[in-house]
Design a protein around this ligand. Structure first.
Ligand code: PLP
Length: 405
């Protein structure tokens, strides 16, 4: 855009209009007149809110960092071959997480499905066309999982046609292993609800030459979890890209043994004879995920932690300034590892339920989402807040709690 045109364009902007879009390097796009970003949420009447709850899929997960948005905008302007991009990005990602190989998937759930699909079929295209109908094929058909590790997401494994066999002890595990066993599945977030440890799980897998997979979807931070489980010997590691890593909400990573990741890709677009065809990731998501991962690994994690603690303290101070309200900061040991503020009150003094408080904050202006509402408590986190929003949440907590006294 020439200077004169730019001035003309600026003069037609509404007073105080938002100039949030950036003029793209691509000449095809930059000549189009689209400088004012539309306020689409407003147009559609969709509520936006301050997220003091956490990384929830229903709340659209997390906000991508500017570097990620840059990667998305940049890659939207050119074509490339999907497989070539996955090859090159996969190599870089594998290097970053110390895995043999990696591929960007459509979330952790799809990483689980595709990883298991690859284990079942190897590089056999004929077999790939048969999934999820395993009966009558010579493919394996069972995945073993500890009872305490069975949550809704094991459905990702069942999508391949496999059945989940539940066990509790290592003796039961040894007994359950048969020629039908395709894989041993471990869920990190509930590691403490099973009797068998990570190390023992891997050792039993190796002893019987059965691949092991771990789901660490919501288990970064700590950042070291991105490489810890490869080092420990798990064959496949699955993680969400759109939770704490703040990649595209629809992206995730399948990382691990080269042969399995290669086989998993037989089940992914652009190929269409498989169960994974509906799990497409586009070039923008692939590059967005790559940049998000790189950015996340290079963060000053100590400083991030201190910032979150400080923000949580500000919200805690405001809440506990009300008579009858107490606060405690807890850090979950597994999953969603962030300082989590538990706000609890004496119902004789503060006459509101957790659900009601949650609703009032939601209905207020600005709208705020908090988590974990119980009869006399809610939880609050800082990791999905934009800088300064902790003060808004603190003020609203004080207002609503004191109004209930
Ligand atoms: C979020 C989550 C998943 C699903 O991950 P997506 O990236 O949303 O596909 C799987 N397992 C666990 C434990 C999770 O928390």
């Amino acid at each position: 855009m020439r200077r004169r045109e730019l001035l003309k364009y600026l003069s037609i902007l509404p007073a105080g209009g938002l100039i949030t879009s950036y003029v793209h390097a691509n000449p095809l796009l930059s000549t189009e007149k689209q400088p004012v970003s539309r306020e689409l949420f407003k147009e559609l009447g969709v509520r936006t809110f301050i997220n003091a709850a956490g990384t929830y899929t229903a709340m659209t997960g997390s906000l991508m960092r500017p570097e990620v948005l840059d990667a998305i905008n940049y890659s939207a302007a050119d074509f490339c071959m999907l497989d070539e991009l996955q090859d090159k990005v996969g190599e870089k990602i594998a290097g970053l997480v110390r895995a043999e190989s990696a591929v960007v998937t459509a979330g952790c759930f799809s990483a689980m499905t595709l990883g298991l699909a690859g284990i079942l079929t190897g590089l056999d295209e004929e077999k790939a066309t048969q999934l999820p109908h395993l009966a009558g094929t010579n493919m394996k058909s069972e995945v073993i999982c500890q009872k305490g590790h069975d949550i809704v997401y094991t459905h990702a494994l069942k999508n391949t046609g496999c059945k989940i066999v539940m066990i509790e002890t290592s003796e039961e595990l040894e007994k359950a292993i048969s020629e039908r066993t395709a894989m041993l599945f471990f869920l990190n977030v509930q590691a403490d609800r099973g009797q068998i440890s990570h190390e023992e799980w891997v050792a039993i897998g190796k002893k019987h030459q059965i691949p092991t997979m771990i789901d660490i979807a919501a288990d970064v931070p700590p950042v070291s979890n991105l490489w810890k489980f490869h080092d420990m010997g798990f064959d496949l590691v699955c993680v969400s890209g759109g939770k704490a890593m703040r990649g595209p909400q629809s992206a995730g990573l399948l990382m691990g043994r080269k042969a399995f990741v290669q086989a998993a890709r037989l089940h992914m677009p652009p190929r269409g004879f498989n169960i994974g065809r509906g799990m497409k990731v586009n070039k923008e998501e692939i590059l967005g995920m790559y940049v998000a991962l790189e950015k996340f690994i290079n963060l000053d994690h100590e400083r991030e932690w201190e910032t979150q603690q400080r923000q949580v303290d500000i919200m805690a101070m405001a809440a506990k300034s009300i008579d009858g309200v107490s606060t405690e900061v807890k850090v979950p040991e597994l999953g969603n590892v962030t300082p989590t503020l538990h706000i609890t009150w004496n119902p004789d003094k503060v006459k509101i339920s957790g659900k009601e408080l949650q609703q009032r904050l939601r209905d207020g202006s600005p709208s705020i989402e908090v988590g974990g509402s119980e009869e006399t408590s809610v939880t609050v986190t800082a990791w999905m807040l934009k800088p300064g929003q902790e003060k808004v949440v603190a003020k609203r907590l004080r207002e609503e709690l004191s109004a209930a006294v």
